[in-house]
Design a binder for this molecule. Sequence first.
Ligand SMILES: C[S@@+](CC[C@H](N)C(=O)[O-])C[C@H]1O[C@@H](n2cnc3c(N)ncnc32)[C@H](O)[C@@H]1O
Length: 230
Amino acid sequence: MSWRDFWNGEHAIYVSPRHKALHYRQIATDLIGHIPTRDAVVLDHGCGEALDAARVASACGRLYLCEAAPSVREKLRAMLGGKANVSVVSPEEVEALPEATFDLVVANSLIQYLSRAELEALLVLWRGKLKPGGKLVVADVIPPDVSPLTDASQLLAFAWRGGFLIAALAGLVRTVFSDYRKLRAQYGLSTYTETDIAGLIRAAGYDDVQPQRNFGHNPHRMTFAGTKPA
Ligand SMILES: C[S@@+](CC[C@H](N)C(=O)[O-])C[C@H]1O[C@@H](n2cnc3c(N)ncnc32)[C@H](O)[C@@H]1O
């Protein structure tokens, strides 16, 4: 099994429906915080199930949800079919869009599943698809020194605040025996130091590359924003 098969199949990465709902609510809120204007054209690349995407769509002019897994794209279309300003697209369809389409490109919790070469190629692709002056936000980047134990303790803290602690404890036990853990052991996750990720974004032609508050519940991971030169 590859990461691609994992995301396309049934998985238990969220410990309960409440966890999933609270996660996507927080991600939508964090994403909305970066939308520059009400008519902005926004790409959420590697959006997953994006359960709160309707709220993001209401805060911008047009929202493109890009997801590699066909089964997830089907769920997104079923959920958002009625939203006229949302397009659910594959990575290939993003590549085919005209240059200078977006005001904002966001990728949350995506790049750990990509090789360094895949990330470098995407940074260049996104720069082309951004309008001059448009913003890229790469979020939930894992630094090399964050252990799975830190991730687990941050999940438990989120679960305590969100009222799903018992489900989180059971979920952590399930994770030990899950495909996720096997894949993490087999392929690892791509990690970056602050200097490394900022350097890669700058090298791909972005200006004003700055750390931001991280998306989601884990402050031990990092978010960086950069701007396409005007
Ligand atoms: C950890 S999930 C993150 C989902 C969402 N962004 C969030 O914050 O919850 C990673 C998602 O990225 C998708 N993905 C992986 N590689 C991708 C790629 N190259 N292009 C688009 N989506 C991709 C996976 O199918 C999966 O749904």
